[in-house]
Design a protein around this ligand. Structure first.
Ligand code: ZN
Length: 485
């Protein structure tokens, strides 16, 4: 379009030169005539403004149409009661108008009653809640040439609290959320093969990296993103609009908005249930406390409370059969930063089982745990510490380490907090794996003194997998005992 105008200018210059060569006086006369004529021609034929109550409480709609013999404009402008709310919207509309006027002026000589420039600002109002609206503007501007240009702009306003909502009010804009949105966006784009072939991922990433420039709207069900022509794709794709289902974004949704939209939040965010590995210092002083045979309704919560008090992480080798009974405890253990290991489903001697039974005890229990916390255990503690090559192979197949112990508290037998403490204090060393059971109240009773004592000696409480990570180049299923004095 612009190229054509420029070529036309070249033509004008040539014509002017020709005219000059014909005669200076004649030219001056003609030009002044043209100016007079132009003034006459630019007269506004009609200008109508109408403000109507819209169907949306708190919003009015003003439509303004203007017609001259060179251009027509038709603008839909929402008007909220609050002036501050109207300001950014009015500013954007004015910008469109100013740009349109400038281009129209520039192309004046090519515009006529038969070929008028046109600015059409359309508004789509999406009611999100009783007082939140998304306003999606689409400005189509034609100022000569073959094609017009469409620009999209969006505003989401809260007419009750007189606020312009920012994207950050809707979703948490952290790296995880952005990565998920990008993934979801590509998935949605891929569904439309005709558009997708034109999408340039590099442009998409550029557009996404500037979150302030996102054009978005909300509805009860989705977050829609808008991209201008050429923004993320070749021109053939035109402007692009992608709807992202809110339900798939709900782990990043701002709680207030989610509540207002009644989007069910995921019961627990699975990402939160499993904690990141901590990188341990090879010179550190560590002990891995482990609790077998749980979770149990009475003792596990006590153990968790004490661990929390001391900021200690531990590993719970759970039985699948107990997991079935206390799913909430399983989640709580994971949410509080502890590792969950597999202690089989029903506590059999694994060396006595058939291949099928082994699979059920190991893989079956892993599955139960994963369903609750989103991650399969990577540590297997065979009941009675009994394993053979079959058990090792089964562990390997499930990408698990066999984790035994180097310090046995014998808590199941002595049932005495004081004795438990004496045994552990006697045998513990840096790198020890301590065996206990979170089914005996006496074990929970032993913990405050144990944790305080070990902490005083400079021990840090880590999970077995964290401890294992200090062992470089080890075979996955090679039984691990931990260190003792
Ligand atoms: Zn056991």
């Amino acid at each position: 379009m612009f190229k054509r105008v420029r070529w036309s200018r070249v033509a004008i210059i040539i014509i002017f030169i020709t005219i000059i060569s014909i005669g200076m006086n004649y030219f001056i006369e003609k030009q002044s005539e043209a100016v007079v004529q132009e003034q006459e021609e630019d007269e506004i034929i009609s200008s109508v403004e109408e403000t109507t109550l819209s169907e949306f409480p708190g919003l009015q709609l003003r439509t303004a149409t203007t017609e001259s013999n060179k251009f027509t404009t038709s603008l839909s402008i929402p008007v909220a009661e609050n002036a501050e709310l109207n300001e950014p919207i009015q500013q954007w509309i004015t910008e469109q108008k100013v740009a349109f006027d400038a281009e129209t002026k520039e192309n004046d000589e090519w515009l006529s009653l038969e070929n008028r420039a046109h600015l059409n600002i359309q508004l789509e109002t999406k009611k999100v809640t009783e007082h939140i609206y998304s306003l999606v503007f689409s400005a189509y501007s034609y100022t000569g040439g073959a094609n017009g240009v469409t620009t999209v702009q969006t505003f989401t306003i809260d007419v009750e609290n007189n606020r312009l909502l920012q994207l950050g009010d809707v979703i948490e804009l952290n790296d995880d959320a952005l990565a998920d949105i990008r993934k979801l966006l590509l998935e949605e784009l891929e569904k439309d093969a005709k558009t997708f072939i034109y999408v340039v991922e590099k442009y998409l990433d550029e557009a996404l990296s500037n979150t302030e420039g996102w054009k978005w709207s909300l509805s009860k069900k989705s977050l829609t993103l808008y991209f201008d022509e050429y923004e993320i794709a070749a021109g053939a794709a035109g402007k692009i609009k992608v709807k992202l289902p809110l339900e798939q974004l709900n782990s990043f949704l701002n709680e207030k908005i989610a509540n207002e939209l009644k989007i069910p939040m995921k019961e627990e965010k699975q990402e939160q249930l499993t904690h990141e590995f901590r990188e341990l210092d090879s010179k550190g002083k560590y002990v891995a406390l482990t609790f077998d045979d749980g979770p149990s309704a009475k003792v596990t919560p006590q153990v968790l409370a004490i661990l929390k008090k001391y900021g200690a992480r531990a590993t719970f080798f759970m039985l699948g059969s107990q997991v079935d009974y206390y799913p909430d405890l399983v989640k709580q253990v994971a949410m509080e930063g502890h590792e969950i290991g597999n202690h089989s489903n029903s506590h059999p001697d694994l060396t006595k089982l058939s291949g099928q039974q082994l699979k059920q005890q190991i893989a079956g229990t892993n599955k139960k745990i994963k369903e609750l916390v989103g991650k399969e255990p990577t540590a297997l503690r065979p009941p009675y510490g009994a394993f053979n090559d079959h058990v090792k192979a089964a562990a390997q197949e499930n990408n698990m380490s066999i984790v035994l112990w180097s310090v046995d508290s014998v808590d199941w037998k002595n049932r005495n907090a004081k004795t438990i403490n004496q045994i552990i204090q006697r045998d513990v060393a840096s790198g020890s794996v301590v065996l206990m059971h979170d089914i005996h109240p006496t074990t929970a009773d032993a913990l405050p003194e144990l944790l305080a004592g070990l902490q005083k000696e400079g021990y840090e409480f880590v999970t077995v997998s964290e401890l294992l990570s200090l062992e470089k180049d080890r075979e996955v299923a090679k039984p691990y005992y931990g260190k003792a004095k």
